[in-house]
Design a protein around this ligand. Sequence first.
Ligand SMILES: [Cu+2]
Length: 639
Amino acid sequence: MIETARVANVDHPLDPLSQDELEKVIVAARRELKLSQHHLIAMVQLEEPTKSALADYQNGKTYSRAARLTIFDRTTAKVSETVITISGKVLSQQIIEGAKAPILSVESAQAIAAAKKDQRVIEALLQRGISDLSTVIMETWPIGAQIPKHFDDGRRIIWTPMWHKPTPQANFYAHPISGLHAIVDIDSGEVLAVENDQQIAIPKTPGPYRQSQTGADVSLKSLVIQQPDGVSFSLQGHKVDWERWSFRIGFCQREGLVIHDVWFSDDGQPRKIAHRMSIAELVIPYGDPSQGAYRKNAFDTGEFGLGNFTNSLTLGCDCLGEIVYLDVAVANPDGTVREIKNAICLHEEDFGILWKHVDTDGNVEVRRGRRFVASSIVTINNYEYGYFWYFYQDGSIEFEAKLTGIVLTLADTPGNPHPSATELEPGLWAPYHQHILCARLDLDIDGDVSGANNTVVEIDSFAHELGPKNIYGGAYEISETIFKHELNAKRVVDPFKSRFWKIINPNRKNHMGHPVGYKLVPGHTTFPLALPESTIGKRAGFMYQHLWVTKNETSERYPAGDYPFQHAGGAGLPQWTQANREIENTDVVLWHVFGTNHIPRAEDWPVMPVERTGFHLKPSGFFARSPAIDVAPASKPCH
Ligand SMILES: [Cu+2]
């Protein structure tokens, strides 16, 4: 196994911000904006080039890389965004009126310290038999539901679910301290209230999962993945070339892993498929109204900054085979910069057969398939999310989210009727919830560096009634509906019609005279159970459609808006699409919403085996025939 960790050279407009660049822009911002210790760095993102700036760069024009800093002024509670070049020139600066900064890590730590010092919390814990505060684990969660009326005056507040960790290595999620929470003003650090309304016994059954505790010993013989001739991909900076694919790896403090500038070489001719693909939001609505669980509606991307929680991956464990890792860097609220080693894993995987046929004369043609994987994993409190982008030899791209980690827990009387949770162990309950992701897909089907004019079409399969159009009863046809305006393109999946969507380039025709295109194939998915009039329903209004199509606008990046923390609702896709812009034969963005409905099982405890959810982008009339036909057979003939 070869591990190559690379700090790739930063020399392209789409490369992630390096540690050095982050440090430079923060120093420059401190100087230019006269920042003090009251200013927290909420986020630093690459200010990505426009498509036309990227085209100019490809044509030899110089390009100055820049960063967008989101700064929170603790004295005024105002959020501002500043775009500044790496060399320190301020390009723009703007106060974002009404925006609330997400909870920052230093604020979480201060809120927990304040809650642990609060006499009401200390006494409530004593009532529950806990005197050692170091055995109490508190998390800080946004209030993802109605904010208690007396605190709803615009301040930023959090609440603190608590767990007991009776021994240093215990799985504390087995021991929820239910009914006790502090509500803290994170601007002032003041504990506003302590809720201690329901005293429920702390569940005692431990939930061990470490090998040192379980002695796990079910094992298999070793499986070694070797590529004795080396890997089949090359990496120049952040640009990957593999098989006929070429694309760039990006990273964002908010979204995590990003894929840019995707091309496929068709008979030696590079053809563009995508400009930028990312998971722009991940929201987890909880369906249990008891004990504060109704507030656990977190935007892991928009409120937490998912990229902040990227794991350092381990060879042979997270990733198997010949791996190349990329490191990333993120800014801390105090302006220091943190490097995350081995953050992005790049490798090839065997993926079974690509295609096969045995002819009547006995001739066998079979091709082994391989896929390229770009992946990263985050840990946000109890849950892990893996983001995996796959590139296949048939010209298709797949995204898969891998969900694992520990389900959130609360306590209730053993055996009590509790309609929205599963009892995992006596008195230990896991509330029902959904994981809803939204991909932002800026595809440019058969375009060039400066973009493409594309159109989105919905394809349904249907059968005519028995009669002249369906004589034998088995006939079916497809209907194709072109989306002309944004409000027409708010759509949900329909398995009864085998519905899918196609993004075509009406200006480029294939060998049969049809527009070239890619189809978006939804996978296993869900639909939100939270009512649209609920707080989370309003704040994550994007959840209620599986597909949205918008006219490409670089400022429209996040489906629940830029600042979902304590937002009144309606921002993002529901708001933008009110303009009902024309979306036919223009530069468009597809937004695909997908996810899982998690009714916890006994087998999800103590650590949930990976659950998968995602989607597939497949060429549909993009090529004249299967590009997999050009794949050579394995060196050894197959019979
Ligand atoms: Cu879950």
